[in-house]
Design a protein around this ligand. Structure first.
Ligand code: RB5
Length: 144
């Protein structure tokens, strides 16, 4: 799968680790940075990753900041993006099954690398359930 990944200074360590892991799993990951502790503004990275997903240059996006909140708030401003902050395995699965989320936002200050890796893998491997959820996702999309 083609994945666009990005982080700010509060999330780059986890992002770098997940990029390494997902490439090892066979995914093609485009890394939008940052890879340094120098302070940056998360909306700049979230926008770049969200635009890569919206333009279909990437099938999924992965964003990491301190909490996963600011990244998701920003990414959801881009039409075609459904970003979800999922700092546990249940929400990572449900964001795919019920919401057809295409961007996963994680908080490096919230979860450890083990749960984050499993959440990312779950997010990438879980299909959208469709059915009654299709109509609801269409209603979200209609707001774009
Ligand atoms: C940076 O300090 C922090 O605000 C950012 O990483 C993120 O958690 C915002 O939602």
């Amino acid at each position: 799968m083609k994945i666009a990944a990005g982080a700010d200074h509060a999330g780059f360590r986890l992002k770098d680790e997940l990029v390494r892991l997902l490439r090892q799993d066979g995914h093609e990951v485009e890394d939008f940075g940052t890879s340094s502790p120098a302070s940056i503004d998360y909306p700049d990275v979230a926008r770049a990753v969200a635009e890569a997903v919206a333009s279909r240059r990437a099938e999924r996006g992965l964003l990491v900041c301190g909490t996963g909140i600011g990244m998701a708030m920003t990414a959801n401003k881009i039409a075609g993006v459904r970003a979800a902050t999922c700092n546990d395995l249940y929400t990572a699965r449900m964001a795919r099954e019920h919401n057809d989320a295409n961007v996963l936002a994680l908080g490096e200050r919230v979860i450890g690398p083990g749960v984050a890796a499993e959440a990312a893998r779950l997010f990438l491997s879980t299909p959208f359930a469709g059915g009654r959820h299709q109509r609801r996702v269409e209603k979200i999309n209609a707001l774009d």
